[in-house]
Design a protein around this ligand. Structure first.
Ligand code: GRF
Length: 205
């Protein structure tokens, strides 16, 4: 595939965005973040983008009467910046079909639990409260449903006796920050093959 041209969608703090920016800078990820798009104007991820000289775009959902028009604005921002791969990194909305259809198998999401367990907005808390002994991180392709598309990468995280919700959050985020750039790098290397729900990672050549 070669060097990826990423459009990163965020809603908040953007630590995963930062991990991707850093991996690009350090040469661990053959990609360039072309634009960062947020649905919240106060999202710190927008500031992270500006600090790295990356274009930042705030798209105010309330300015659009229909989801279709809002998603058209997102698609326009992606196209204007020549994006070839869309990365959702803490983007707390569903992406419209117009965007998914424009980027078939090129929209990724990260979830802080081992899908299909603990889907939804509170994956870390839900796993902790349930009392599972192992949770983790999932990187998957996005489709029209939250947290459902084919799984590209998963990494387990053990919940130890002395873990608190805070220590678990720290462990999960540390894994996220490694796994997302890694999964994107597989994509850049053209090693990702999708067959239905199954995603095969081909050996490095
Ligand atoms: C991450 O835990 C991610 O898995 C979830 O939202 C959080 C975003 O965190 N989808 P950040 O904005 O990247 O710091």
């Amino acid at each position: 595939m070669g060097r990826l041209r990423l459009g990163v969608l965020i809603s908040g703090s953007g630590t995963n965005l930062q991990a991707i920016i850093d991996a690009c800078k350090e040469g661990r990820l053959d990609a360039e973040v072309r634009v960062v798009i947020s649905n919240h104007d106060t999202a710190f991820g927008l500031e992270r983008a500006r600090r790295s000289g990356i274009r930042d775009v705030y798209i105010d959902r309330s300015r659009y009467d229909r989801p279709k028009a809002y998603n058209a604005a997102i698609l326009q921002a992606l196209r204007d910046n020549d994006v070839d791969t869309v990365v959702m990194a803490g983007y707390m909305r569903l992406l419209g079909t117009s965007v998914l259809e424009a980027y078939p198998h090129r929209v990724l999401n990260i979830h802080p639990a081992l899908l299909p367990s603990f889907a939804g907005a509170n994956g870390i808390h839900d796993a902790f409260d349930y009392g599972v002994k192992v949770t983790g991180v999932t990187v998957h392709f996005a489709d029209e449903e939250f947290d459902r598309g084919p799984i590209l990468a998963q990494e387990p995280v053990r919940i130890e006796e002395d873990d608190t919700i805070e220590s678990l959050e720290a462990k999960i985020h540390a894994i996220e920050h490694l796994l997302y750039p890694q999964a994107l790098q597989w994509l850049a290397e053209g090693r990702v093959q999708i067959e239905g729900r199954k995603v095969r990672i081909l050996p490095a050549s």
